[in-house]
Design a protein around this ligand. Structure first.
Ligand SMILES: [Zn+2]
Length: 64
């Protein structure tokens, strides 16, 4: 049904279209990722700090 989204190996951003990350431009991605999190308020999010995320968006928690 839905095709598997890609997760950027560099910044963890999840995207479906294209061959490179729209966030950081890296062409290194994996389709083998687990769990995602939406960061809406990176300044006040502990998990965003832990994952070193500074922009809002949908990211994976764990990728290989
Ligand atoms: Zn990226």
């Amino acid at each position: 049904m839905a095709k598997k989204a890609k997760a950027c190996k560099k910044c963890r951003f999840i995207y479906e279209e294209g061959e490179k990350c729209p966030k950081c431009g890296s062409q290194s991605f994996t389709e083998n990722w687990k769990g995602k999190i939406e960061i809406v308020n990176p300044e006040n999010s502990e998990i965003a700090k832990e994952l070193k995320l500074v922009e809002k968006g949908i990211y994976t928690i764990k990728s290989d």
